[in-house]
Design a protein around this ligand. Structure first.
Ligand code: PEP
Ligand code: MG
Length: 755
């Protein structure tokens, strides 16, 4: 290899010897820079370490002024070294001083060096420092030399990560690897937790970086790649795709990448520099991650993710790791950190020890977020590089309310959060004391408070909150967390459990609301331009009556001898309701004929989520036994604003005159027909929303379980007549002042209501 003495393999072997020597951290670093400089025939070799304050400190040098070690400190946006750090990729120049980013530090005496090669010291995609070689003469470092220096940087990354260098640092200027990190993502649940990191897919720990026998490592790599390819083929060919819940197209993409010559070539190149097969995979993966973090194109980002995943599988192949060794021996106060996760995987963890969840993907409407809310754990989604920032066992705070995540928090931050958690616990105790108080306003208006549910983990919430029943049981959740279609017998068992848990309190079962954003991984997906307006919910149920029929049958049988309420989602025209009700009646006849014991009474109602129903209210109310307003969907369709799109979701205020008029029209018509109406969208789960709804005449809500306490506390202090009069007057305001939020807030303040 041109320019290098003995080549990278000799360098790595010597490095291994130095790593094993019983010397101090500084002596070891000093030896390493000497070794690298000699091996690469460079006059200078320097190590810069990224500090907690974001600056880069010179930790060792061969060739520059030794006095500058631990004195030269640069901002990370300063000079070529800073550029390597921020770009997280190598810079190779034969005339460094001509580069616009070049900055001259007199204390180092580096003005005489023209050639510059700097590589980032990377670990899991994070920059921990920069490794530099320089030469006096103009020289272009070869690809092999760049590779060799990157490989060496890996060894330094492990040395920094081990904490060995921390003793060399001034207090407050320690290496950044252990620094407190604050990141923000999407707030997913109404809970806060302090705990310790558990990686969902534990990072593979590599103990042996340097190959004894390169040919042997190449063979190991080859075998592992072959096994990986065969494993992917097998998964695709067998029915396992459906059972594992993995998307077929993701696996197809993996298979394509596993055959990608470029990727395999990069891995082989890394082994040829003298790394073990697993360390070579780590190198390539770390580069991929670093690129991924800087990639803004979502498509390319996704592809890089795929490579990242594939590398992970390959490493497990090489080291024989099992998938999740910690799952059943979870530490106390566990906070799971994952790139992405399905709802079933989250339910696999021991709930007693699970406190929180941090995801790189996972928006507020993802299935895993729904399960996290049901479990009552703190969860934050859409946190970039969460798995790269946290190491297993790290202290971490997850604020599901604001979306903040603090990894290795400072003592101040921790103290502040301990206080917040204590306050929240105190408030919970207050709500608990209200549990058995009847839900009646100060002026004697009874308000029915029920809860929304969908999973067995929700059931204890009925007793905990003292709710009047389940106003919305989302049956699709059982389907969403399962790996395959739940059988009728499984549906029946769940519904029976739910009715048992409710102990005679009413339960409204909503038939399957799948389609739209609620996709089942095992069901064939039709590409739709606008899935929210597509083939979903009752539309799918009526077009594929087998599915709806078996579900209705499970409900009727589960409720034998008891009262049953069935509700249909996304009805748009009364005819759909007639058809669906007809199906229920036919099932009743069928069961009767076969001698089954029937429910004591069956009530059939519908959700009101589609604006078209507003213009068929009289016809609809003549037919239904009850109505439930789904304000989440109704508002999204009223305003033509996607409920899951953060850019538009908060653009229109639900507490505005047009919405209030719509909601008032519904409750007035329902009252006129003597039919009960409940509101089960999230609007009712906020005390200010419930306040407005009471003012419009609503007397029954179905809420998030965590909202029962706060809403009830507000209602107990409320004079309903007073707020009715206020809102009636606000609704006559000219539409220019459409939002009534400020007025309602002022009212609540004046009345001493807690919102
Ligand atoms: C709604 O649309 O308001 C509703 C309660 O249904 P979901 O949130 O399940 O769509
Ligand atoms: Mg809905």
């Amino acid at each position: 290899m041109r320019g290098a003495l003995g080549g990278p393999r000799v360098l790595l072997r010597r490095l291994r010897e130095v790593m094993a020597e019983p010397v101090s951290a500084q002596e070891r670093l000093d030896k390493i820079v000497v070794l690298i400089a000699a091996n690469m025939v460079a006059e200078v070799c320097s190590v810069y370490v990224l500090r907690v304050d974001g600056t880069l400190e010179l930790y060792a040098t061969e060739g520059l002024n030794r006095q500058a070690v631990h004195l030269t400190v640069m901002r990370s946006d300063e000079g070529l070294v800073g550029l390597v750090a921020t770009e997280a990729s190598p810079i190779n120049l034969n005339d460094a001083q001509a580069h616009p980013a070049f900055s001259y530090r007199p204390e180092t005496g580096e003005e005489i060096y023209r050639s510059f090669l700097g590589v980032p010291i990377l670990r899991a995609g994070n920059t921990l420092g920069v490794l530099v070689v320089q030469n006096r003469a103009r020289r272009t470092y070869s690809e092999e030399e760049v590779e060799a220096l990157q490989t060496t940087a890996m060894v330094l990354a492990e040395m920094i990560a081990s904490g060995e260098l921390t003793s060399l640092a001034q207090p407050g200027a320690e290496p950044a690897v252990r620094r407190p990190v604050h990141v923000s993502g999407a707030a997913l649940t109404d809970a806060i937790a302090l705990g310790h990191v558990v990686l969902h897919e534990p990072r593979v720990v590599i103990t042996n970086f340097i190959a004894d026998d390169v040919q042997k490592e190449l063979r190991r790599l080859g075998v592992a790649i072959e096994t990986l390819r065969a494993e992917l083929d097998l998964m695709l060919e067998s029915g396992e795709v459906a059972e594992g819940g993995e998307h077929r197209d993701v696996l197809e993409a993996y298979r394509m990448f596993a055959h990608d010559r470029g990727w395999v070539h990069k891995l082989e190149e890394a082994v040829l520099t003298g790394l073990t097969a697993e360390a070579a995979v780590e190198r390539v993966q770390s580069d991929t991650r670093a690129r991924m973090l800087r990639q803004t194109d979502p498509y390319l980002r996704e592809r890089l993710h795929d490579f990242d995943d594939l590398a992970h599988r390959l490493q497990r192949q090489l080291l024989g790791y099992d998938h999740a060794p910690t799952r059943d021996k979870l530490p106390e106060h566990a906070i799971i950190v994952a790139r992405s996760m399905g709802p079933a995987a989250l339910l696999d963890y021991d709930r007693n020890r699970l406190r929180g969840l941090v995801l790189e993907e996972g928006g507020p409407n993802s299935h895993v977020a729904i399960v996290a809310r049901a479990l009552g754990i703190a969860a934050v989604g859409e946190v970039p590089n969460a798995t790269g920032l946290a190491d297993p066992g790290d202290a971490v705070i997850v604020d599901g309310v604001t979306g903040d995540v603090h990894v290795r928090p400072t003592p101040d931050m921790e103290a502040a959060y301990v206080e917040r958690v204590r306050l929240r616990a105190r408030r919970q105790l207050q709500y608990l004391s209200l549990r058995d108080r009847p839900s009646v306003t100060k002026d004697g208006q009874p308000i029915t408070l029920m809860i929304n549910a969908g999973l067995p983990v929700d059931l204890p919430h009925i007793a905990e909150t003292g709710a009047a029943g389940i106003g919305l049981f989302r049956t699709e959740l059982q389907f969403m967390v399962a790996a395959q279609f739940p059988r009728t017998s499984e549906q029946l068992a769940l519904y029976r459990n739910v009715l048992d848990a409710a102990g005679g309190k009413p339960v409204v079962f909503r038939t399957l609301d799948i389609g739209g954003d609620k996709v089942l991984p095992y069901m064939r997906n039709y590409e739709e331009e606008n899935p929210a307006l597509g083939w979903r919910a009752i539309r799918l149920g009526l077009d594929r009556p087998g599915l709806l029929r078996s579900q209705v049958r499970a409900m009727l049988r589960a409720a034998s001898g008891r009262e049953l309420r069935i509700m249909f989602p996304m009805v748009a025209v009364v005819h759909e309701f007639d058809e669906a009700k007809g199906l229920v009646e036919r099932e009743l006849t069928h069961l009767r004929r076969h001698g089954h014991r029937l429910p004591e009474r069956v009530e059939v109602g519908t959700m009101l989520e589609v604006p078209a129903l507003l213009f068929q209210l009289d016809e609809l109310l003549e037919r239904v036994d009850f109505l439930s307003v789904g304000s989440n969907d109704l508002l999204q369709f009223l305003f033509a604003a996607d409920r899951g799109n953060a850019r538009v979701a908060n653009r229109f205020d639900p507490l505005s005159v047009p919405v209030l008029r719509v909601l008032k029209m519904i409750v007035d018509r329902a009252d006129a027909h003597g039919k009960s109406v409940t509101l089960c969208g999230e609007l009712a789960s906020k005390p200010i929303g419930a306040l407005a709804l009471v003012a419009l005449g609503y007397r029954a809500f179905s809420l998030l379980p965590s909202a029962v306490g706060p809403v009830k506390a507000m209602l107990l202090d409320l004079d309903a007549g007073k707020v009715e009069r206020l809102v009636a007057s606000l609704m006559t305001l000219p539409l220019g002042s459409a939002s009534v939020r400020a007025k309602l807030t002022a009212f609540a303040e004046a009345e001493g209501l807690t919102l």
